[in-house]
Design a protein around this ligand. Structure first.
Ligand SMILES: Nc1nc2c(ncn2[C@@H]2O[C@H](COP(=O)(O)OP(=O)(O)O)[C@@H](O)[C@H]2O)c(=O)[nH]1
Ligand SMILES: [Mg+2]
Ligand SMILES: [Zn+2]
Ligand SMILES: [Zn+2]
Length: 497
């Protein structure tokens, strides 16, 4: 990567200190040179005087006076010779000694500053690891976290870009931007509260905040399986119930420049109408903060919706880099995409009113598994360590409640006192899939993923008839996945394990 100019003033010990100390040393040596010059002048001058007097003596001019003169000049000459010897040997020695002391002092100071910023840089890194600080870009889909976490680019209020706003030779805990603003350089002292912008280090999309823990949840399912309905309803129900039911702070983070349609869909659905059809095949990110009160590092949940058509083609799926970074998935199962079940109910209900998905689930799951495997290292062909919430949608279909819905769960729990509702749900859903001969789907699912929980929901509560929708069970799959990933959220009591 090209090296970026840092628009900040260097720390004194790495910038001006150098210059000042070099200047001081030069001055010392120049003075020293001047001293030697002076001594040399006096030495030659006194030698001249002595020599002239000696010449006069040789010519027997005023002998008595000249003898005294010669003695005097010899004395002066001796004195000046001593001076010359002293200034050529002793003065440089003193100069060198003083300079050496000066250099050591600055080196020690630099060492302290260096150790200082290394220590704080490491401390900041450890903080990021413990608090699982990460960044997830809804534009280029890149996520950075763990050891590979890279801080977003900070854009100062003056517009200058600081590519790595961290402890460095520009300042340990803060640096001074060329505009004069003091910028904090660690999360402990408030780097995240700076007033500028934070950009994705990969594509420079405006990320909004710097400090959060990202949880990325792609919602996977065939065309018309009910992904968009589920996502809109799940987010708006979590928004409604975050306080006081879950005791969590909710804040939606709109990505207006990427065509975020959450608010539009919510409005449309509040009026009993179906959401707009997603027609682009890229991942659409719906992001919101979901954080316990008082927690310093908020969770930023990204629910990713991709038009089901993308599962038709391997290339489309492969292009969705976001899958690579996700550890949690919602796998949508439209009961009407189960061939035997559809055949069974086709005679009693108008399947078209449920937007039945024609795509076999095992194909959707297979496409997902292949995509995730190809994106991760090729030796990860075994079990994928992600969490999967397998979600049966459209459970308002008449008769389903008795098979896998609330009614079935209560009945099962009455008969099996030890089972909690989530165990019951797992048993019932698996039994349903077996009953309708979805063996391949079950095999791939259980063979590839370690952590699986089944859920049932109805995003709408009934077929769309312009009356208001009544979502049932849409929050749980998201909350279960968020709980699995977030260290600050704990719903153990809710799941009973
Ligand atoms: N009855 C009923 N129909 C639903 C439900 N969820 C989705 N649908 C129907 O399924 C269609 C497709 O849903 P959509 O969310 O757009 O599917 P996507 O293509 O997977 O995003 C919708 O137009 C609805 O008619 C539900 O919970 N109950
Ligand atoms: Mg959709
Ligand atoms: Zn600035
Ligand atoms: Zn980006």
């Amino acid at each position: 990567m090209a090296k970026h100019q840092v628009p900040a003033y260097r720390n004194y010990f790495f910038g001006d200190a150098y210059k000042e100390f070099l200047q001081a040393i030069c001055t010392t040596f120049m003075n020293c040179g001047e001293k030697i010059g002076d001594s040399w002048y006096h030495f030659t001058d006194s030698f001249g005087n002595l020599w002239e007097t000696i010449l006069d003596l040789i010519h027997f001019d005023s002998i008595f006076v000249n003898i005294f003169k010669a003695m005097w000049f010899a004395l002066v000459f001796g004195f000046r010779t001593g001076g010359l010897v002293l200034s050529t040997i002793l003065v440089p020695l003193v100069c060198i000694a003083f300079s050496a002391i000066q250099i050591s002092v600055i080196l020690v100071m630099m060492l302290f500053v260096y150790l200082g910023f290394i220590t704080f840089r490491i401390a900041d890194w450890i903080f990021c690891q413990i608090k699982k600080v990460s960044s997830n870009c809804p534009n280029c889909q890149r996520m950075s976290r763990g050891a590979k976490y890279s801080l977003p680019i900070y854009v100062c209020e003056c517009g200058r870009k600081h590519y790595k706003l961290q402890p460095s030779s520009y300042g340990i805990l803060a640096r001074e931007c060329y505009c004069g603003r003091k910028l904090k350089t660690t999360f402990f002292n408030g780097r995240q509260r700076l007033n500028g912008k934070w950009l994705c280090p990969n594509c420079e999309y405006n990320l909004g905040e710097a400090l959060h823990h990202d949880i990325s949840i792609p919602v996977v399912g065939g065309p018309s399986s009910g992904k968009t309905c589920f996502i809109s309803m799940a987010i708006s129900e979590i928004e409604k119930n975050a306080m006081p039911k879950y005791n969590l702070n909710f804040e939606y983070k709109e990505n207006a420049s990427l065509g975020d349609d959450y608010q539009d869909n919510k409005r449309i659905m509040d009026n009993g109408q179906l959401p707009l059809k997603t027609n682009d095949t890229r991942l659409r990110y719906y992001q919101f903060f979901l954080t316990p009160k008082g927690e310093k590092v908020p969770n930023l949940v990204s629910i990713c919706d991709v038009a089901g058509e993308a599962y038709e083609s391997k290339d489309e799926m492969g292009g969705q880099e976001g899958f690579k970074f996700a550890k949690s998935f919602v796998l949508i199962v439209d009961p009407l995409s189960i061939a035997l079940y559809r055949e069974e109910v086709e005679s009693t209900i108008d399947v078209s009113r449920y937007g039945a998905s024609q795509r076999a689930m095992e194909e959707v799951l297979d496409a997902l598994v292949r995509t995730v495997e190809n994106m991760k290292s090729s030796d990860a062909k075994g079990v994928l360590d992600g969490n999967v919430a397998v979600l049966f949608t459209k459970c308002d279909i008449p008769g389903l409640d008795e098979k896998i819905g609330e009614k079935a769960i209560s009945e099962y729990m009455e008969r099996n006192e030890k089972a909690n509702r989530y165990d019951a749900q797992n048993v019932l859903c698996e039994r349903f899939l077996t009953e309708y001969e979805e063996f391949n789907f079950l095999n791939i699912l259980k063979g590839k993923f370690k952590n699986i929980q089944f859920f049932t929901c109805s995003a709408l509560g009934h077929v769309a008839d312009n009356s208001s929708f009544e979502p049932i069970g849409v929050e749980d799959p998201i909350l279960w996945l968020v709980d699995k990933e977030s260290s600050s959220i704990n719903f153990k009591n809710k799941w009973g394990k």
